[in-house]
Design a protein around this ligand. Structure first.
Ligand SMILES: Nc1ncnc2c1ncn2[C@@H]1O[C@H](COP(=O)(O)OP(=O)(O)OP(=O)(O)O)[C@@H](O)[C@H]1O
Ligand SMILES: [Mg+2]
Length: 254
């Protein structure tokens, strides 16, 4: 299996990644692509090196979380753009955690971007392209049978725990974790696992080393707002995370 995802492997095509079956039914091969999309896929561009950087970043973050007692689907990174993960039965949910007001939160509630939130906000969006991933609450999800109360009673505390760990991780590299999106699923033994990715595509990351007074984005908002290439920012995040991981004794790919 190593070194190849097999030409016959069934592919699940996403916008930023491609998933392939392997000869182990419990394991998937994830290929990170160079494509960046925004606005429901309306805006789309390829950035050379993005797939490699996101594969590295997500691997380091999942390793840092593992050290903090939070398991993920990651088995291992296998090459520049590929990793092996445990196949999970995904909840069709975008689980969003917010620490500072930005994005939809601002447009929906009429508040200024950058407003610090008194408590982290947990939001769910149903993954449905036709409906443009609508905002939903716990009752909606239970009523529709997307998940049970018991699922939510596990998902919510895990999401909040991941937020606390990520706030601490990013603070150590002088980055403010404004908000992020995660996905979760259940492995075949029923374990709830953090899956998909955690990268600058799925987080809002504001540099705290910049002293100009204006927000220095180290994430996909650079692309959303047409502020130039995302690559230098993604490289900066990768380098800082790699340094942190090494200081914690985690092996990091060059
Ligand atoms: N461990 C896993 N097991 C099964 N599916 C997974 C796992 N990790 C991620 N996925 C799914 O693989 C797909 C990854 O592709 P990608 O993120 O590029 O999709 P996308 O274009 O963003 O579409 P989506 O709206 O589904 O996220 C997603 O649908 C994601 O939910
Ligand atoms: Mg996705």
């Amino acid at each position: 299996m190593e070194g190849s995802h097999g030409e016959t492997g069934k592919a699940l095509r996403g916008k930023a990644k491609q998933l392939y079956a392997t000869d182990d039914p419990e394991i998937l091969w994830v290929e990170y692509k160079n494509t960046a999309t925004a606005g429901d896929g309306e805006k789309k561009e390829d950035f050379t090196g993005k797939g490699r950087l996101n594969n590295l970043i997500t691997t380091i973050i999942f390793d840092l979380l593992k050290k903090r007692g939070i398991d993920s689907h990651l088995v291992k990174r296998v090459n520049a753009t590929g990793q092996l993960v445990r196949k999970v039965n995904m909840f069709p949910l975008e689980i969003v955690l917010r620490n500072v007001a930005a994005g939809h939160f601002c447009s929906r509630l009429g508040v200024e971007e950058g407003l610090p939130l008194k408590e982290p906000v947990l939001e769910y969006f149903l993954k449905n392209d036709d409906l443009h991933d609508p905002f939903v609450n716990d009752d909606d999800l239970v009523a529709l049978g997307v998940c049970t109360r018991e699922d939510l009673a596990e998902i919510a505390p895990l999401a909040r725990k991941i937020n606390e760990a990520l706030i601490e991780i990013f603070a150590k590299i002088d980055v403010k974790l404004v908000d992020f999106k995660i996905e979760m699923g259940r492995a075949s033994d029923g374990t709830l696992l953090l899956a998909d990715e955690i990268t600058p595509d799925s987080c809002r990351l504001w540099d705290q080393r910049d002293h100009s007074g204006k927000v220095e984005h180290l994430d996909k908002d650079l692309f959303r707002r047409g502020l130039g290439s995302i690559i230098p920012a993604y490289e900066e995040i990768e380098e800082r995370l790699a340094e942190l991981a090494k200081s914690e004794g985690i092996e990091v790919a060059e």
